[in-house]
Design a protein around this ligand. Structure first.
Ligand SMILES: [Fe+2]
Length: 344
């Protein structure tokens, strides 16, 4: 998002003291040189002194305004003839009056900038309070469906963290990382609209029930889009987290890089988390078997680049894992045979 004029101005005001001081002194010197070499104060050029005075007030408020106005008054007074060529000096009253006017303008500017500071501080406080409410609301949303299905408690959090790490390793930055985190945290938000009888079913789903489950990415994305346009990128990631690299996923059947990157990353983080933790319809797989599954499915179900990054991160110990100490299966196929059902 582009910065507003006030934000840019506030940033300029954060210039370190020494460079700001040097800038004001250079402008004072420059104003004097231009005024002197164009013939003295009988011409309009001494008005240039207002530039360093306004900047002095901007950078250093009242003390800066008064000091710069005094310096400008002297430079354009005793140190500047009325007419350089004719060698006519300025009357005392004239330059004293000018110096007083410089001080008045400088003071006025400094007071206005101080008011602006107070307003900006208040706006920043409100923005920060709103952002905190916003974050708390989103976290409550994220936890809603996990409250219904205790076996998935903490799932969204781990998916979000692992997705974030994959994104960072892939070189994503700033807003993209932010989007990835929130899409990871809210990816299953739409499950709040899936009936308990399906969501908590202990066994295989019927074709109709599976169709019902397949609506959750769309439900979640639409819920966020209905709150604000600002959630569009997050909603895209949510909507596409069950798409497959080979185009056999849902809801849109997108293929390869047509699937938003956030969706491709969350797909890996989500399935890994689901496989390595107990669910109502199967028990956890050991991490090694889950990783072997990903390597087999790279370029089929998952984006091969994301899988490669994920495996690399796991090797570096950067992936959050929560394992169940219970049953261990020899393979995913064995787990599927003993606990028939679909990975949701
Ligand atoms: Fe999901």
């Amino acid at each position: 998002m582009g910065r507003t004029f006030l934000e840019r101005l506030a940033r300029f005001g954060e210039l370190p003291k020494v460079p700001a001081c040097i800038l004001v002194l250079l402008l004072l010197g420059g104003s004097w040189a231009v005024s002197y070499h164009t013939g003295g104060t009988k011409h309009a050029y001494p008005h240039l002194f207002y530039v360093p005075i306004l900047l002095g007030a901007f950078f250093f408020r009242v003390p800066g305004a008064l000091l710069t106005a005094a310096a400008a008054g002297i430079l354009s007074g005793p140190l500047m003839p009325l007419d350089v060529e004719a060698g006519i000096a300025q009357p005392l009253g004239l330059w004293l009056f000018r110096m007083g006017f410089f001080a008045f303008i400088g003071l006025l500017t400094a007071v206005l900038f101080s008011q602006l500071d107070r307003r900006l501080a208040e706006v920043n406080r409100l923005v920060s309070a709103l952002a905190q409410h916003h974050v708390r609301t989103l976290i409550v949303f994220a936890q809603l469906h996990e409250q219904r299905d205790k076996s998935t408690e903490g799932h969204s959090q781990r998916v979000a963290i692992n997705a974030l790490r994959i994104g960072q390793r892939m070189g994503l930055k700033g807003e993209e990382i932010n989007t990835l985190y929130w899409a990871g945290l809210l990816h299953d938000l739409g499950k709040i609209l899936v009936p308990d009888g399906i969501l908590l079913k202990n066994g295989p789903l019927t074709a109709e029930e599976f169709l019902e489950i397949q609506k959750h990415p769309g439900f979640g994305a639409e819920t966020l889009e209905s709150i604000s346009d600002g959630f569009r990128a997050v909603a895209e990631g949510i909507r596409s987290h069950h798409e497959r690299w080979d185009g056999r996923g849902y809801p849109a059947g997108l293929k390869g890089k047509d699937i938003p990157l956030a969706g491709r990353i969350i797909a890996v983080a989500d399935v890994f988390e689901a496989l390595t933790n107990d669910r109502s319809y199967r028990v956890a797989l050991p991490v090694d078997l889950a990783l072997a599954y990903f390597q087999r499915e790279a370029g089929v179900q998952f984006d091969p680049e994301v899988v490669e990054t994920f495996v690399e991160l796991h090797r570096d110990g950067k992936i959050s894992v929560s394992l169940h100490p219970g049953d261990i299966f020899e393979s995913l196929e064995e787990a599927s045979r003993r606990f028939p059902g679909k990975v949701r």
